[in-house]
Design a protein around this ligand. Structure first.
Ligand code: AMP
Ligand code: ZN
Length: 279
């Protein structure tokens, strides 16, 4: 009985976020970025249940057995709920797996940790979602991820990095030719609730954290944040931040196209080409 109530609470919260922030319409082609973890699996399941036209998109990052198990799980899960799945082979797409990019290429640029993975994933997801004719890309970011972003930017001394943070990335600022809007229906759902949902529904997936993320700044922040803050406090941080920077622009620089790959970029060369193409 408790689980039944929880399930409905989360589904209601997601529906309210979609309506309030106009994240997607029933006529949209909705591409869900699937890592195979509890967040993206749950959001795919819920959006399908709510009647959206959903398609799964997963990047095989070449993290050995970890990637193989996630691929098998998502292949089975999508088959069971009747959702088409596209798996992008990272080596075929860019010539390298994520470990080489992180350990060798990004290091030369002084970049480490989850930042690198984020840049590579966003680049591949945008390209593929566009190829698939997507109206939006859904990611599984939850309230804990968002509170963590606000705190990490603050600790780095650059709170303005978070301007534009919201259930629709960039608040439409960078939507243009070639950019597929990214949306986060789980924006206001705490991680604990989504974990209960996935476990309650008995989703047969891996519940462990990405092996690459262990020991990173992001995971350390997540650890102490979980100990120190309640879900209400995390919500207060995120909502308070969004309210404080309402109307601000992240940068005066207009969003243009990368001179190398043609993808959306704030600079002449996008962050992806800077790292992966060693420019
Ligand atoms: P992470 O950065 O691993 O916390 O993932 C955040 C979100 O990015 C997930 O909820 C997914 O929506 C998406 N994502 C992460 N890894 C992948 C992947 N290998 N393929 C496609 N989407 C992914
Ligand atoms: Zn580029």
């Amino acid at each position: 009985m408790v689980f039944v109530l929880n399930f409905m609470d989360i589904e209601k919260k997601i529906t309210e976020t979609i309506i309030k922030y106009k994240l997607m319409r029933k006529s949209d082609k909705v591409v869900v970025a699937l890592s195979g973890g509890k967040d993206s699996t749950s959001v795919l399941y819920i959006l399908k249940k709510l009647g959206y036209d959903v398609h799964g998109l997963m990047i095989d990052l070449y993290l050995g057995e970890w990637s193989d198990i996630h691929k098998k799980n998502m292949d089975r899960f999508c088959g069971e709920i009747g959702v088409p799945l596209t798996i992008v082979d990272m080596k075929k797409e860019i010539g390298q797996g994520i470990c080489f990019v992180k350990a060798v290429l990004a290091k030369k640029k002084g970049l480490t940790g989850c930042t690198v993975c984020g840049i590579v994933k966003r680049w591949i997801l945008n390209r593929w979602a566009r190829k698939m004719g997507a109206d939006v890309i859904v990611t599984g970011h939850n309230l804990d991820d968002e509170a963590q972003n606000v705190l990490m930017n603050f600790l780095k001394g650059n709170i303005m990095l978070g301007v534009g943070q919201g259930p629709a990335t960039g608040n439409g600022e960078n939507v243009g030719d070639g950019f597929v809007q990214r949306v986060k229906p789980l924006f206001f759902v705490p991680e604990g609730e989504i974990l209960s949902y996935a476990r309650g529904k008995k989703f047969d997936i891996l519940y462990e954290r990405c092996p690459c993320a262990l020991g990173t700044y992001r995971v350390d922040t997540r650890g102490w944040m979980r100990e120190a803050l309640s879900d209400e406090e995390k919500l207060g941080i995120v909502e308070g931040f969004m309210e404080s920077v309402k109307g601000f622009k992240r940068s005066e620089r207009k969003v243009g196209k990368c001179e190398v790959c043609g993808e959306v970029s704030r600079g002449k060369i996008c962050k992806f080409c800077d790292i992966v193409k060693c420019i």
